[in-house]
Design a protein around this ligand. Structure first.
Ligand code: CA
Length: 506
């Protein structure tokens, strides 16, 4: 598992360090400007937000003035990726700064999270920053386990307000001015508890507004130390629900799902605005590192209410629409403003980036400190070929994907024709013991030239067999450093692509 890595104790945290697993080239930048004090760090994560659904990423439907201004005050990444196209494994990678398959959280727990959770031995971002002297707080969605050992308060966070599940009801659907979709699911979402620390509470406010309220209160506390706030919104994940305050901005949209989704993104945008305003009011904006991103692409089952444009695929897919996400990093005191960063990066890189900002030497096998690259970009040393990653990797059982600067390879299992039983959400019902990792029906191999065809419309696998072999070999090499999944895969749906039908596993 740690074949090329050393495990060592650093500042009280069990940390993995590697000599050869990260294949990035070193940037030739000068050192960042000296920052006297470590910055506050705020990670704002949206849930299932499509990359095409914010203004700065090209939405012509949804207005996001606060998110856009955050991008103006920092760096916008055009090729940022999550390590999985669904919620829980993506968050496991993000929270541990390493590919989640290194510690077995390869699939969505899908109803088993009441008993199971992500492994507790890899430290979290909160563990790492707490050891570096930070006050740590979390508001919002956890989705990495519900039992005591997995609870955020036992994973490095000193305060918690939010939900342990994958989603929750936003507000009473019968409240005045509220519009909701998916009435079949609302009762289930209504049973999801909301906690303050480990005490169940009743929340009357629209949940996104409640999370914003709690985040602002956390910022306004007089912290004796720099703070780390993980603001993990459940919006715009289902259930689609919005209040009149946000719906009023989109009354002109006739389609109900599209209108509610746009209103939910408006509530997310207002949350970003409130966080920035609280920092500004407290004189902390310049020395706060704010990150805004999403845990995966928007969902195809919303039937067009959201957008991953200009990319193909959705949540659950390993096409760009499932895994390429918005990423904005703002830190006025130390980073350039009005910048775009064009090379591929991973949300796994936030670990090393936060560690460097916090003056922690903690690193993981997969995470690259992005700060030197951003300064390099600021100095327009564009003749340098240095990039954070030569390769990025994905695995979800038999589904594999890998990309380099130009090419992306994906392999899916072909659809087993005899399987036809779907659950109410359109997912395949799994066999006893979960889906096998083997491929009795063969696999579909896809090769895309992302530089010429970012929309992944042309499969070039047959024209470039040497590229296919090189990427398969590289992926196999990476896979040997991983461990077996802690849980079998039980979630699956089918998808049509290039005239064939494949099985998505997540
Ligand atoms: Ca999600």
């Amino acid at each position: 598992m740690w074949n090329r890595c050393r495990i060592f104790i650093l500042m009280g945290i069990l940390t993995a360090g590697c000599t050869g697993s990260v294949h990035q080239q070193s940037p030739t930048s000068t050192a960042p400007p000296a920052v006297k004090n470590p910055p506050n760090i705020i990670l704002i994560l949206a849930d299932d937000l499509g990359i095409g659904d914010t203004g700065r990423y090209g939405s012509e439907v949804i207005r996001t003035p606060h998110i856009d201004r955050l991008a103006n005050r920092g760096v916008l990444f055009s090729q940022a990726y999550v390590s999985h196209p669904v919620c829980s494994p993506s968050r496991a990678g993000l929270m541990t700064g390493q590919y989640q398959q290194r510690h077995g959280w390869e699939f969505n727990p899908a109803g088993r999270d009441a008993a199971q959770g992500m492994a507790t031995d890899p430290p979290t971002l909160a563990n790492m920053l707490q050891a570096a002297g930070y006050a740590t707080g979390m508001v919002g969605k956890w989705h990495l386990g519900q039992q005591n050992p997995h609870h955020p308060l036992n994973r490095g966070f000193e305060s918690f307000f939010g939900v342990l599940h994958g989603g929750a009801l936003f507000i009473d659907p019968n409240a005045a001015g509220v519009e909701s979709m998916g009435s079949d699911n609302l009762a289930g979402y209504a049973r999801v508890p909301i906690y303050r620390q480990q005490r169940r509470v009743t929340e009357a406010q629209y949940l996104t507004d409640a999370f914003t309220r709690e985040a602002v209160q956390f910022i306004q506390q007089q912290h004796a130390r720099p703070f780390f706030l993980y603001l993990s919104h459940t919006t715009p994940h289902t259930p689609l629900q919005a209040t009149a305050k946000y719906l009023d901005r989109y009354r002109h949209i006739e389609d109900k799902a599209t209108r509610i989704y746009a209103a939910m993104v408006a509530s997310l945008d207002d949350s970003v605005g409130a966080v920035v305003q609280a920092l500004r009011d407290g004189g902390q904006l310049d020395n706060t590192l704010i990150v805004f991103s999403s845990d995966n692409g928007c969902a195809g089952y919303l039937n067009g209410a959201c957008s991953n444009a200009p990319f193909a695929g959705f949540k659950r897919y390993h096409q760009e629409g499932g895994i390429r996400v918005p990423l904005i990093v703002s830190w006025p005191q130390a980073l350039p403003m009005h910048r775009r960063f064009e090379a591929p990066v991973s949300l796994l890189d936030l670990w090393a980036t936060f560690a460097a900002a916090a003056k922690s030497t903690s690193r993981t096998p997969d995470s690259v400190n992005l700060l030197p690259y951003l300064h390099q970009e600021a100095q327009q040393e564009t003749q340098s070929s240095a990039v954070p990653h030569d390769y990025l990797y994905w695995r979800s059982g038999p589904t594999i994907a890998i990309r380099d600067a130009r090419w992306k390879l994906i392999r899916y299992n072909r659809w087993p024709q005899e399987l036809a039983d779907n659950d109410s959400a359109g997912r395949l019902l799994p066999p006893e013991g979960g889906w096998p990792s083997g491929s009795p029906h063969g696999q579909l191999t896809l090769l895309y030239d992302l530089q010429q065809d970012p929309g992944e419309t042309r499969n070039l696998a047959n024209q470039h067999p040497a590229v296919v072999q090189r990427l398969l070999q590289r992926h196999l090499q990476w896979s040997t450093s991983l461990t077996s999944p802690l849980l079998p895969a039980i979630r699956s749906s089918r998808a049509s692509m290039h005239g064939e039908t494949v099985q998505l596993l997540f």
